[in-house]
Every structure is written in C-alpha cells, then in structure tokens.
Design a protein around this ligand. Structure first.
Ligand code: 5GP
Ligand code: MN
Ligand code: MN
Ligand code: MN
Length: 288
C-alpha cells in the first residue's frame, strides 16, 4: 500500500481509508471519474461561512480570502473583517508582474490584521522563475526581485510557519490547466509536492481544491479538484482547516467530520469580487 508506512497503526479510520484511497487514485488523472468512485463515501457536513459572534477566549480568528486578481478595492473587499490572521490562498494578481505585486502589497498594508499569510497561485507567474522564463515574452523581472516586493506578509511556498500556536503550511501548486505557473501533472508528479506537507499541520493552505470540495467548475459542472490532494489531506495530513481557492465557482465551506474545507475565492468565474471573506475561530489549546 502506497502510504502505509505513514499511517498510525492504531488508527482504524485510516485503515479503512487505505482501500478507498487506492481505488480512486487509479483515476487520479480524471477527477470526474475519481469522484464517481469516492464521492458517495464522502461525509459532508454544512459549515457556516461567516462568524458573527464575539471571539471566545483561547481562540484565534482567521479571515480567509483568495483569487483577488488585482481587484482588491472593489466590492466585498472593502469590508474585510478584523481578525488575528488574514490568509490569502493565491491568485492575488493576473500575471504576477512586479507592479501588480506592489499594488497587492499596499493593499495588504491597508489592513490591521497582526498576521498575514499569503501563497501564490497559477496566475502569480513572476513568483515562479521556470514559468516566467517559459513565458518570457511577458518580460518578467527575476523571481527574487518580485518576491522581495511582498513585505507585508509571511509568504509560504511549500513551507510552514507557526503563528499564535498554529502550524500553517502553504503550497501554490495546481494540476496542469493551460500554461501558467506552479503546474504539475495529476498523479505521481503532483503527489511529490503533496508528500512534503507535514502531518498534523493545523491549517493547510493550497491554491487549488482537493477533489470534491468546492471544485465544481461552471463550464460542464464537472469536478476539477485534485484527487491526490484529497488523499493526502484525509489519510495523512488531517489538518483542522484546509483553505484554498482557484475554482472561483466553488466558493463555500464543508466538513468531512475532521477537516473543514474552505474555498475562499473572492472573485466569481467572471472575475468580479462578489464573495465575502470566510471567517472562523480556531481553538489554540485544543490540538486533536
Ligand atoms: P484561474 O484562471 O483564476 O486560475 O481559474 C479561473 C477559472 O478557470 C476557474 O474558476 C475555473 O472555472 C477554471 N479552471 C481552473 N482550473 C481548472 C481545471 O483544472 N479544470 C477546469 N475544467 N477548469 C478550471
Ligand atoms: Mn491534528
Ligand atoms: Mn483565480
Ligand atoms: Mn488559479
């Protein structure tokens, strides 16, 4: 069994999952087909998008946005609620050009959240030298120069930070879809990326959704999430929260009983910033 070494011997739920895991991962390159195998056995619990009550003691308030694509000052983004940590799950620009990043960094500076965590997405091309060179006709400056502009946050790229007692890990990669940045083929290639995520991070931030959670695209109403990511998240990492964007139409939240999945896409599929930030309170002393 592919991931058996990493399972806890005494974890019975995990052992049941090993079987379902292997059967749907045969179709890792075809999310619609993979979902037809695993979808019916998935638990879905409704989760509220907003948190209007006052914050309780021992909790950290997290405010999530994503896919703002250079339209920060319009619509819903004028009312980003206060919180302890602001998280952006990628696609903060259209191309990741240095002037776009300057604008985004200023936008971040206009908020009072004591901690801000940002990952890149497939649109933030300037953050990925390999793609920037392939798309050289767009005249990118070197990756290091683009990244140096982003001063008003903690930028995560396949890396982790601990904030207020919470372990937060971020990764920009999504399955190949046209020619953008941070793309890997579904199956083994993207799985190599997901295998680097540490077990038991509290909050996982990826640009794209896992299979079946906020991943239905408007065109054709099919699933576009990553089957390998679903497998790693449910069978190994088991974070308390998984935050993403990328499939703008998939905005919303659900829980599988252990992890709360949040598609925080601010823009809709027409790139209009219509969706509210997603806000949740996480207890810091209750590590499960
Ligand atoms: P973005 O270009 O901002 O990364 O994604 C915008 C839109 O492109 C999404 O809301 C979705 O409609 C579509 N899209 C992105 N990735 C995929 C994919 O892997 N498959 C399909 N079918 N559509 C995608
Ligand atoms: Mn845990
Ligand atoms: Mn986007
Ligand atoms: Mn995207």
């Amino acid at each position: 069994q592919k991931y058996f070494k990493r399972q806890e011997a005494d974890d019975k739920t995990t052992e049941t999952n090993i079987n379902s895991t292997n059967s749907y991962l045969k179709f890792a390159d075809d999310p619609e087909k993979a979902w037809s195998v695993v979808g019916s056995s998935q638990v879905f619990k409704e989760v509220k998008v907003a948190c209007n009550e006052p914050k309780q003691e021992g909790h950290v308030r997290v405010v999530c946005i994503s896919d703002t694509h250079n339209v920060p000052m319009l619509g819903t983004l004028e009312n980003i609620p206060q919180g302890d940590i602001l998280i952006h799950a990628g696609d903060f620009t259209k191309r990741g050009k240095i002037h776009e990043v300057e604008k985004f960094n200023k936008f971040l500076g206009s908020f009072d959240h004591p901690h801000k965590v940002v990952i890149a997405g497939n649109h933030d091309i300037g953050f990925h030298e390999e793609s920037a060179q392939r798309l050289h006709h767009l005249n990118f400056v070197p990756e290091a120069e683009v990244k140096a502009v982003l001063t008003d946050c903690t930028y995560l790229q396949d890396s982790e930070v601990e904030i207020l007692g919470l372990r937060i890990y971020g990764s920009p990669w999504t399955p190949v879809f046209y020619d953008w940045a941070f793309l890997k083929h579904r199956g083994d290639a993207i799985n190599e990326i997901w295998k680097k995520i540490p077990k038991d991070v509290d909050i996982l931030v990826t640009h794209g959704p896992p299979l079946g959670r906020g991943d239905v695209v408007n065109f054709g109403k099919t699933h576009a999430g990553c089957a390998n990511l679903l497998d790693i998240v449910q069978n190994y990492v088991k974070p308390r929260y998984h935050i993403f964007g990328h499939i703008h139409e998939g905005y919303g939240c659900s829980s599988d009983g252990r992890t709360t999945f949040i598609n925080a896409s601010t823009c809709n599929h027409l790139y209009r910033p219509v969706n509210q930030p997603v806000v949740f309170d996480i207890e810091v002393n209750d590590r499960t």
